[in-house]
Write a protein that binds this ligand. Structure first.
Ligand code: PMV
Length: 332
């Protein structure tokens, strides 16, 4: 039977997906824009097998396999059902996945995970080369909407729309603009509130409507910044967006506090680095860790400074990347 392995990268949102019109289908309230990463990847091997149930494994870093938590298994099985319905097939799958970075630490492991699963399972059914719009839509339907963006490389926009029309498109390839992402990890381990719950609560925040009003202008600035390779234009929007996401989380009912004390320490250091003349701007997803977007000339100084902060466990130096790749050897 056919077997396929895909390495799909995480992505970091410049304009965030935070709040859905239809959470069951991961249809967002607003367009989001992200940069696909290079080194933070999920590898997934999927094999179409005969039998009556799917087999799902986590591949350990040092070799060997373990069984995931039942909730995780359930989400994967549901997504494999969607992929079977889409392909009009009824084979079961044997699936193994492995992350190159800490899972569930606000580093978008669900985006890379569901993008990799979608492409590997579609590939195991010989449908992995299908139109990228369809694969993006299918990745979105996993419920982790930002997975729709991880099927593409470079700079990516994912518009709202309906079930048919909400899929990601590439704004620019990775080689258009070499940006770096220095990730300061201040907290490791799963976040207390999932992004699904975060989306669910957005409408309870009095600031959510205000953010929607501000978004068309921000989206324009980010598209223009990417087009012109202008970090001075992009940077302030990155920080506005990250702060808004957390402002809405903190003012939701019940409130969600993703930040840790180290988050503020990193944000202050990034402001200081800018005062010293470096081009570095911070953003955060639904977690405590901080992504510092910078140009290649600033990367080493940014990484050194952040590494020295008492609350930073370690930094990951990543960059814009080309998107998912087919890989061998397989994980099993
Ligand atoms: O795709 P989800 O449901 O995990 O939501 C992603 C939410 C953020 O990472 C916080 C923002 C984004 O656009 O990636």
């Amino acid at each position: 039977m056919s077997k396929k392995t895909i390495a799909a990268p995480a992505n970091i949102a410049f304009i965030k997906y935070w709040g859905a019109r239809d959470l069951d289908h991961a249809l967002p309230q607003n367009s989001s824009i992200s940069m696909t990463l290079e080194r933070c990847v999920t590898q997934c091997t999927a094999e179409a097998i005969s039998g009556d149930r799917d087999e799902i494994w986590l591949a350990e870093q040092g070799g060997g396999f373990s069984s995931p938590e039942p909730d995780f298994v359930h989400r994967i099985e549901e997504h494999l059902d969607r992929i079977r319905r889409w392909a009009g097939r009824d084979e079961r799958f044997r699936v193994a996945t492995r992350n190159s970075f800490p899972s569930a630490a606000g580093l978008a492991s669900s985006a890379s995970g569901f993008a990799a699963l979608t492409l590997a399972a579609a590939g195991a059914l010989d449908r992995g080369d299908g139109p990228i719009e369809e694969l993006s839509r299918l990745a979105r339907s996993s419920g982790s909407g930002s997975a729709a963006r991880s099927v593409l490389g470079g700079y990516v926009e994912w518009p709202p729309g309906d079930d048919e029309t909400s899929y990601a498109i590439q704004l620019a390839r990775a080689d258009h603009w070499d940006l770096r992402d220095v990730i300061a990890v201040v907290e490791i381990g799963p976040k207390a509130v999932s992004s699904l719950d975060g989306h669910r609560r957005t409408l309870t925040s009095p600031y959510f409507r205000k953010r929607l009003e501000l978004l068309p202008g921000r989206l324009e600035r980010v598209r223009e910044a990417i087009d012109q390779r202008d970090l001075g234009l992009l940077g302030p929007v990155l920080e506005e967006e990250a702060i808004d996401l957390h402002l809405i989380a903190m003012s939701s009912q019940p409130p969600i506090f993703y930040w840790a004390p180290g988050t503020l320490e990193v944000l202050r250091a990034v402001r200081e680095l800018r005062q010293e003349g470096l081009h570095a701007w911070a953003t955060m997803d639904a977690g405590a860790n901080v992504h510092v977007i910078c140009d290649p000339d600033s990367e080493e100084d940014v990484a050194e400074r952040l590494e020295d902060l008492p609350s930073v466990g370690f930094v990951i130096q990543d960059s814009v990347g080309d998107g998912p790749e087919s890989e061998e050897p397989h994980l099993f």
